[in-house]
Write a protein that binds this ligand. Sequence first.
Ligand code: ZN
Ligand code: ZN
Length: 355
Amino acid sequence: METRLSNARGYLEDLDAILLCSRPNITYVSGYTGSDALLLFTSEEAALFVDSRNTTQARQETPLSVHEITRKWEDLAGHLTEKGIKTLGIESNSLDVDSFLVMNELFTGIEMTPLGKQLLYLRAKKEEQEIGRLLKAAEVARLSLLTVLDKGLVGKRERDVALDLEWHMRLRGAQAPSFELIVASGWRSALPHGVASEKVIESGEPVVIDFGCVLDGYCSDETVTVFTGEPDPEFIRMYDHVRAAQEEALNGIVSGLKTKDLDNLARTYLATHGLAEYFGHGLGHGVGMEVHEMPSVSSLSNDVLDEGMVITIEPGVYLPGRFGIRLEDTVLVRDSSCKRITNIDKGIIRVISQR
Ligand code: ZN
Ligand code: ZN
């Protein structure tokens, strides 16, 4: 926890203090897992501000000093004045406009600097303990998916499959799914964000299942594209290309590589097989306490891979109105390779029809 606070202090530079207001960053730096808190730190001090509903929990969870406040922004303004803070970094990406307007009015003589973008990198590199949690979340999700696939997909609505998957993840200890689960079958598999619908899964269809759960505060993220029955040669050919594009990227992971170059490995592979136009989204993203974290793995990103980052590699091809295929794994970036966090083999999974 001390390392995390001292890393966070690295963002102070010339500022007197930084105010954290996003729950994941506050939990990360303080250990407090509850809601509705503010965390203020300078190079010397760090304090958590909560209201009376959360004081007991905060005192139990964080080694930092805990201040109970009743009028959030007014009390904080008083504290800032008392400490003589003149320059303050704020999490501009998670503050709402109303809060900002109130702060602007109350924090007289204090210059606020937006640090939203920069602070997203605070959690990019994972510690051993975090990697352990990410592995556990991925394992719970994997076992749950296998249970659901075992029961068959044909004749079921996509949303019932998603619900069953969520149910099994929760039964195994997950707090929640890490995002709205995607179960997209048949023509809907060509929708990159095809959240589970009323559509009934038929025999002889591809089904993209993008799933994950939150366990001990950490998210998992993985995608399989299964086939109900025996796939035709066109599907197999396309599938093999997506898989090869994913392998290309996985094998290219090395610390120091620009993520846009990693994205380009998969994209170039698909381009040489005439499929680049069917792959519209970025190759991947960081995963941790939130399912989308830094770094961003895309052609638009200036991020650079570093040992300890956890990222997804998720190429896909989507033929509108026909079908789509996406394969996604979450991996830990190492010095000159990567280690898988998600572990389902990405060979074609045939789900035998049964009701
Ligand atoms: Zn995903
Ligand atoms: Zn993802």
